[in-house]
Write a protein that binds this ligand. Sequence first.
Ligand code: PLP
Length: 400
Amino acid sequence: MSNFNPADNIQDLQYFGEFGGVNPSISDSSTYTFLSAKTMFDTFEGNAEGCYLYSRHSSPSNLYLDRALAAMEGTEAANVAASGMGAITPTLLQLCGNGDHIVSSRTIYGGTYAFLKNLAPRFGVKTSFVDITKLDTVEAAITPETKVLYCETVSNPLLEVADLAGLSKIAKKHNLKLIVDNTFSPLSVTPTQFGADIVIHSLTKYINGSSDTVGGVVCASQEFINDLKDVNSGASMLLGPTMDSMRSASVMKNLRTLHLRIKQHSFNAQYLAEKFEGLGLKTVYPGLKSHPSHELYKGMINPEYGFGGMMTIDAGSLEKANALMELMQEKNLGYLAVSLGFYKTLFSAPGSSTSSEISPEEQAEMGLTDGLIRFSIGLDNDIKRTFEMMHDCMKELKVI
Ligand code: PLP
């Protein structure tokens, strides 16, 4: 691991507002004037560096956030989008067309899975879903038509860890692009350090951190970002999942505290995971020695940011899981809600919510049980007190 520190890279950027404001000015315009008609023509042709044309293509506010997220992920460039799906789908459609093939982890966010399984085939793009932790299975699924290897660093919801260095080796050998969704592990893992070509985030989660918007980003080479934004053939430009400038300015402000939040999320989750496991609950957290990829993940993280805020427990049945979540919400220990990365703990049963796009048979095959509760652990000031109250809920409902 090099001395790469994603939070320092963000902090090293210095932006001022138009009148010397400590925050950059918000560009509240959808279109921009030109002093000469020739410059407008050149901008359309992509030859007028620094000129703005139309905010579906770029806006100054979006470019500030692009630059900060590219610095965080160690890429040349980035392009923010209106949602995580608005980052994922144009990226895949830019790289794959009729007849092309994708090898994807089978444990990914349900929306991404549904896109690859149900919508991408309508564009002639087929996907093989594999156990991403088995590198030989991944390699065996590659065909002459394969263009992309797709995974999440830490998968949703099973928290499987992708061996990014191993996957990158396979991708390079077969001339594929390795795309990594790093939504669960910002700052903790920098996928480009292990050879990822393209890194995607749903900004909706940790990066924005206040559950007040959806957003996404693609971090990649300047060449790929230019391709995505090309006025004639760019999937982001032509499908139009553009983030609004007002929103990118607010995400930018929240990004400033990401390093502090991630440390606290990780601290709290590590504490609870150890306690839950100690009670005999089936607990999955990459920071536990019992996690099958604990050692691998330990070698992948930027240690100061820890193992992240996501964990799962198995309450035994859907009924028990639902009762526990309802009781914990009643006691104000968190909210029964999907999504993640909020100051408050959020919990949901993925089998019947965020992964419900995956059929019951496929869920069983990948080990997604009915009683599984996914926790996004919050920023609680006193996690010991939270644990004691959760423990009481578990005892009352005979979960333990
Ligand atoms: N990737 C992961 C890992 C997610 O959990 C989600 C949403 O839950 C997405 C992508 C999609 O992001 P969005 O909801 O912002 O479109």
